[in-house]
Write a protein that binds this ligand. Structure first.
Ligand code: PHE
Ligand code: CO
Length: 329
């Protein structure tokens, strides 16, 4: 889940939204009349193309309305990713995923996960229709509420869909909310988002890049090698393999201001992944007030997604194979 700028693409070209879908008549509110399809308002033109806009309301997860097909999609993705992530996802992700007790059998109930999550780190999941406006999203995070899209993708969308769904949000984001340090980082990010929103759109761009390259696409250096913690990666089979094993992308040491200047890809695998040493490093590096950083960054050019700088700590210098020349956002 993220604001419109911070959801996750899963590595195939973004399908353009057909003209007929750009404006949909509002449907009855999900709470009064739960249906098995999202309560989508319309598609809105942004710098990322047409983005669906949903009600900002918090909705009850319409659990009994999930179809057998929905549960089957969950089961298929869950089992597939569990296999792919052995030896690829961070120990912390895998351990917490087990501790939460999600299983392939059925789509988890937010209620059940919340009992565990509240006790561990004070976070709770809330159901939403999809992408939220930035400020609404930040306010939820600042108050330790993680918005989870309640609907799940269709069977023909196992490998790619152009917006976050329940699988990405639950499978990808929720396990690390069990980690106290990461849980604090996410809440601090929410408070930082509210602040950046007040400062202006450029500050928000800088902050969104940080979310993208950590929460969504972050790698971590463990004693036994690089591992994945980013939700956008763990919820994608192709990118889980690509980010660690392909020679194409750069793998570069975490550097806060460097990341905040770096553009990214929303329609292909990332050209660059940033590697943290620990969740504590992430938390400590992001403690300082960002206000002077935003001012400084406003004087500097952004960095193309695939560039390597002299000052970078390079784990892998990407071969650049398969990279498209345009399209960094
Ligand atoms: N320290 C940041 C600020 O002052 C807030 C923040 C914390 C942002 C953690 C991201 C992650 O804006
Ligand atoms: Co996400």
């Amino acid at each position: 889940m993220g604001g419109p700028g911070a959801w996750v693409a899963q590595a195939e070209p973004l399908a353009p939204v057909p003209a007929s879908m750009r404006t949909l008549a509002p449907r009855p509110a999900a709470m009064s009349n739960p249906t098995a399809s999202p309560n989508r308002i319309e598609h809105q033109l942004t710098d990322k193309g047409y983005v669906p806009v949903y009600t900002t309301a918090v909705v009850d997860q319409p659990w009994s309305n999930y179809t057998e097909t929905d549960h089957q999609v969950w089961a298929t993705l869950f089992e597939r990713q569990q296999q792919v992530l052995v030896g690829r996802a961070s120990d912390e992700f895998l351990r917490n995923q087990r501790a939460m007790g999600m299983s392939p059998d059925r789509i988890p109930k937010f209620e059940d996960l919340n009992r565990i999550l509240r006790k561990e780190t004070g976070w709770e999941l809330i159901g939403v229709e999809g992408l939220l406006p930035e400020l609404t999203f930040f306010e939820h995070l600042a108050n330790r509420r993680f918005p989870v899209t309640w609907w799940i993708r269709k069977p023909e969308q196992l490998d790619y869909l152009s917006e976050p769904d329940l699988f990405h949000d639950l499978f990808g984001h929720v396990p690390l909310l069990m980690n106290p340090v990461f849980a604090d980082y996410m809440a601090a990010y929410g408070r930082g988002g509210v602040k950046a929103h007040g400062i202006g759109p450029e500050a928000l761009v800088n902050l969104t890049r940080l979310y993208w390259y950590t929460v969504e696409f972050g790698l971590i250096k463990q004693a036994d090698g690089l591992r994945i913690y980013g939700s956008g990666i763990v919820s994608s089979k192709g990118e889980s393999i690509h980010c660690l094993e392909s020679a194409a992308p750069n793998r570069i040491g975490f550097d806060l201001e460097r990341i905040m200047r770096t553009r990214y890809r929303i329609d292909t695998y990332q050209k660059t992944y940033f590697v943290i040493d620990s969740y504590e490093q992430l938390m400590e590096a992001t403690q300082p007030d960002f206000t002077p950083i935003y001012t400084r960054l406003a004087q500097q050019d952004s960095i193309p997604a695939g560039n390597v700088l002299d000052a970078d700590t390079v784990f892998n210098r990407g071969s650049g194979e398969g990279w498209l020349n345009d399209g960094d956002v």
